[in-house]
Unconditional design. Structure first.
Length: 101
């Protein structure tokens, strides 16, 4: 499942463009649970309703494009407490290029 496509200038494409590329490439986009102006109460209510048996959390990203330098201010991941159930967390694994370029 995809949630972003980056160009050769390290810019994350706008969401609408990303979805168009996903369609062309046969990539399934992540489910969109909200599309609109930031609403903190909405996201707090979603977070409180996560099913601990199947939901890890959700990602919030700008719908517009953004440069990698702005990543920390443009995307956030909200996860439930205790979502990591193994000692094999991605942060401790080798980075493997996806080879799409």
């Amino acid at each position: 499942m995809g949630f972003s496509i980056w160009n050769e200038h390290n810019v994350c494409l706008p969401w609408d463009d990303t979805v168009q590329y996903f369609q062309l490439l046969g990539i399934e986009p992540v489910p969109v649970i909200y599309d609109g102006v930031w609403d903190e109460m909405f996201f707090r209510s979603i977070h409180s309703k996560l099913d601990p048996e199947k939901d890890e959390g959700f990602v919030v990203r700008l719908a517009d494009s953004y440069h990698y330098d702005d990543f920390a201010r443009s995307i956030a991941k909200f996860v439930r407490k205790g979502h990591v159930q193994t000692d094999k967390h991605w942060r401790h694994q080798a980075i493997v290029p996806n080879g799409l370029k």
